[in-house]
Design a protein. Structure first.
Length: 78
């Protein structure tokens, strides 16, 4: 239980995602390239996407590009 009353917990049901992970700077071109690659993979495996892409960035701005971790996630039908 959170010790700060401003923090609220919310249970979210399970979902299934297809994810592509990449390093480097997550600029517009890089995000588009990796999103296109993930969407091509979904088509090749006949997986139905249920959402628009979601982007995740895990590192502070001073992290060297080679060490950055980024992801493109798309929810897929079970």
């Amino acid at each position: 239980k959170p010790n700060n009353p401003a923090v609220k917990l919310k249970e979210i049901g399970a979902k299934r995602y297809a994810v592509i992970r990449f390093s480097g700077m997550a600029g517009e071109d890089s995000l588009k390239r990796h999103t296109d690659e993930l969407e091509a993979y979904l088509r090749s495996k006949n997986l139905q996407s249920l959402s628009a892409p979601t982007y995740a960035f895990y590192n502070p701005p001073w992290t060297l590009p080679l060490l950055r971790r980024n992801e493109v996630m798309i929810e897929v039908a079970p």
